[in-house]
Design a protein around this ligand. Structure first.
Ligand code: SF4
Length: 439
């Protein structure tokens, strides 16, 4: 069979599809999701596979594919539905996998020929067999955690390469923590699996690139595993970034090894500088009074910390936005990704907020910035939206960039950080959230 694996884009308010095909968008790096090239690699050889990243290219709705596999986040739900409808009208079979059906199966079933709950790695060949034999089921559910000790090399060759690509390589899957707003925790339930180090090195090598995104949810929590990996990568010519928690800063020796293995960036979900907020989201493994020292240690090791911040938590007040950005500026944190709390149904916090009756916008596709879909405990929705955008404007102002990036004691990764900040400054000026291609 011919199979199109599509990562859909999302809609703007006016119904147009957000894409990033212009010259200015090509200045930014492209970080593909791992799911599509991994699914392609898990597809038996007798099938022909094609990948489409809709943010970068148009979908071929005249495709001669027999099967269309879609994997989207909640914000792409409307687009997933429409793509599926168009292909089904032409007799194609559509299958939806990923977090969306895993968390909200009853909301999405029926818009696709089949949905996949949980990890699809081992079920995918069975689904294709069922399609070939004309007995496709409406719902497939993985009954156990997938054994990730022997995954194939993702089909990196199918990734579009018309701009700087930072290739996704997986080292671990899941996260040992269960923050109550987190979709990863909702799906993996605290399971944290690690791949054999030699297979991770094999995949890095297979990318043929020096730019790697170790696309884990929490790479460094098992410090013995991280130490083994970084030791094996020592002296590697690759530059890599990842996501982990600021707890990694408790281990200066590990930070040195990470740097020596090519680490330049760690995205850290610090979320808030309020102890009460951390308690509320079940994130007490973080110590707010250790944040400043943690950021300093990471920067002293030559690694750029990217602070991930959420506004809209119960203890956030009108002055929280400026206080937070002032704090990050004073620490000279090079990059911050600033988000609005999204009460995902299927997470404990999301379900709790829905039960309060404070959710006034039920559109699944609005569970992303710039939308505020609920009334927070203290702030009004307008205060949250304006304060969030004001924080982005303050952090990515030229004054702040000069202070945080140029006026540094140790200008590690200066050019990359400066380029990233100026690119984000240009996006904020155009009204675009730095992590999105568009609104
Ligand atoms: S540490 Fe991060 S990935 Fe892990 S459960 Fe918390 S928010 Fe999710």
């Amino acid at each position: 069979m011919k199979i199109d694996i599509i990562h859909p884009a999302h809609y703007r308010d006016d119904g147009t599809v957000v894409q990033a095909k212009g010259w200015i968008d090509r200045l930014g790096a492209y970080l593909p999701h791992l799911g599509p090239p991994l699914l392609a690699a898990l597809t038996p050889d007798r099938h022909e596979v094609r990948l489409t990243e809709e943010y970068l290219e148009d979908i071929d709705f005249e495709s001669d594919a027999d099967v269309v596999a879609l994997s989207g986040q909640i914000m792409q739900f409307d687009r997933c539905k429409d793509i599926s409808a168009k292909f089904r009208a032409r007799g194609k079979k559509t299958v939806l996998g990923g977090y969306l059906p895993s968390m909200l199966p009853d909301r999405v079933e029926g818009f696709f020929d089949a949905i996949v709950l949980g990890e699809g790695d081992e079920i995918w060949p069975e689904i294709l067999n069922d399609i070939e034999q004309g007995k496709l089921k409406k719902r497939y559910q993985s009954t156990r955690s997938v054994d990730i000790s022997n995954l194939p090399i993702p089909r990196y060759d199918l990734i579009k390469k018309d701009r700087l690509v930072v290739y996704p390589v997986q080292a671990t899957r899941g996260c040992p923590f269960t923050c109550n707003y987190c979709s990863i925790a909702a799906v993996h339930q605290g399971a944290h699996r690690k791949r054999p180090v030699e297979q991770i090195l094999r995949d890095i090598d297979a990318t043929g690139s020096r730019n790697i995104n170790i696309c884990d949810d929490n790479l460094c929590e098992d410090i013995r595993f991280a130490d083994r990996l970084f030791t094996a990568m020592a002296g590697s010519p690759v530059r890599w970034g990842t996501q982990t928690t600021i707890n990694v800063a408790r281990h200066p020796g590990l930070l040195q090894k990470a740097r020596a293995s090519g680490c330049t960036l760690m995205a850290l979900g610090v979320e808030t500088f309020s102890v009460k907020n951390l308690e509320d989201v079940n994130k007490t493994f973080h110590a707010v009074d250790k944040y400043a020292e943690g950021f300093r240690r990471i920067m002293d090791a030559g690694i750029s910390p990217h602070a991930l911040i959420i506004f809209g938590l119960p203890d956030d007040k009108p002055d929280t936005f400026k206080k937070t950005v002032d704090y990050l500026e004073n620490l000279k944190v090079p990059v911050a990704q600033i988000f609005i709390l999204t009460p995902y149904p299927g997470t404990p916090m999301g379900d709790r907020i829905h039960r309060t009756g404070n959710v006034f916008d039920q559109e699944l596709s609005h569970l992303r910035e710039p939308y505020v879909v609920f009334k927070p405990d203290v702030l009004t929705p307008d205060q949250l939206k304006e304060g969030w955008w004001g924080a982005l404007e303050q952090f990515y102002s030229l004054r702040s960039i000069f202070k945080r990036i140029i006026m540094r004691r140790t200008p590690n990764n200066l050019l990359v950080n400066l380029a990233t900040n100026l690119y984000y400054w240009s996006k904020v000026k155009r009204g675009i959230h730095p992590v999105y291609f568009g609104f």
